[in-house]
Write a protein that binds this ligand. Structure first.
Ligand code: COA
Length: 320
């Protein structure tokens, strides 16, 4: 019987403060109409004092453990995806580990920007299948508000803060679990979406910079291709999919990708209106939202997909 990584539970967390487009338009030259029409975004949550990537990640992880009916002590692996760690090091995963009171487990961060959760999922799933872990917390958590240039209207309206987590549990047999993962990176596009700082270059944290329209074009092509690739790896087709849980960057990217794949728009989970782009947090946050509001049910066939800076992109087919 084959060993699979099954999603045992999920959780998410958002900062208390929620900012509308109209509030943003008080300080930046933009408007609710422009943001809604070009992106579908209406609100984003922004971390306040005392809220960090680690605190959001810990809250999401606790909720995921509760949903799975598991204790923190059951966890033997934490993989946390983030591009906005609390500190350059130690890994934010170890801060979550300490906050959860886990004395010993494997804990590290992965960094693939908006695709980070797909990369983290792939690492954790591979370790579980290989027998190197049994119960893993896979977390996407970000505080992009802290690396935004709040005077640049072409980027600051697009992002938000938050965290999402799942517990992956090893199970033998059955048909639930991660069925396939496909990951890619193409570093030739480093300069289309990046942060203009870092410890080894400027010794500053830096700010996010993006050539939005060029990212847009690559996103639709790459996401449609990788979604098809992961389904083919699992021996499935678009018609088998119950829900696509995409990275929530822009409503127009979601619609264009669905059209390209001849996928019914009502099968696509959309939360970008409420959360904006939360980078590595966006897929698990959208997933947990749709599980808790009853759309996603046990037995459903899901496809997670994301693309981000690098470029990096990936998708996973999962029987929930
Ligand atoms: N408010 C008002 N006007 C704005 C604006 C804002 N927040 N941001 C840009 N504009 C203006 C531009 O200055 C430009 O004005 P101009 O025509 O006078 O030069 C105009 O709106 C059109 O800008 P453009 O960049 O061509 O718009 P767009 O339709 O491509 O939308 C994005 C811009 C960023 C929303 C879109 O390109 C996008 O979503 N790209 C993908 C970004 C992404 O998802 N990145 C993350 C991937 S992980």
């Amino acid at each position: 019987m084959s060993r699979r990584a099954v999603i045992a539970g999920s959780g998410s967390a958002l900062p208390a403060r929620r900012i509308s487009n109209a509030e943003l338009a008080e300080t930046v030259d933009t408007s609710d109409e422009w943001i809604v029409e070009r992106t579908g975004i209406r609100f984003r949550h922004v971390a306040g004092e005392g809220e960090t990537t680690a605190t959001l990640a810990t809250d999401a992880a606790r909720r995921a453990l509760d949903a799975a009916g598991m204790a923190a002590a059951d966890i033997d692996l934490i993989v946390l995806a983030t591009a906005t760690p609390d500190q350059t090091f130690p890994a934010t995963a170890t801060k979550v580990q300490a906050a959860l009171g886990i004395d010993d487990c494997v804990a590290f961060d992965v960094q693939a920007v908006c695709s980070g959760f797909l990369y983290a999922l792939s690492v954790a799933e591979s370790m579980i299948r290989a027998g190197g872990a049994t119960n893993a917390l896979v977390i996407g958590a970000e505080t992009f508000s802290r690396i935004l240039d709040w005077e640049d209207r072409t980027t600051c309206v697009l992002f938000g803060d938050g965290a999402g987590a799942i517990v992956l549990r090893a199970e033998e047999g059955g048909d639930a679990g991660v069925l396939s993962v496909a990951l890619h990176a193409d570093g030739r596009h480093n300069q289309l979406l990046y942060v203009d700082g870092g410890p080894s270059t400027t010794q500053t944290v830096g700010k996010l910079r993006m050539k939005g329209p060029e990212v847009f074009k690559h996103a639709v092509v790459n996401l449609a291709a990788v979604l098809g690739e992961t389904l083919a790896k699992a021996g499935l087709g678009v018609a088998d999919v119950d829900w696509v849980v995409p990275h929530q960057a822009n409503r127009r990217i979601l619609d264009a990708t669905a059209r390209k794949l001849h996928l019914a728009p009502e099968k696509v989970i959309v939360t970008v209106d409420q959360h904006a782009n939360t980078s590595a947090a966006s897929v698990p946050l959208a997933f947990d939202t749709a599980v808790r509001d009853g759309r996603i049910k046990r037995g459903d066939l899901l496809v997670f997909e994301a693309m981000g800076g690098g470029f990096t992109w990936g998708a996973a087919a999962i029987r929930y």
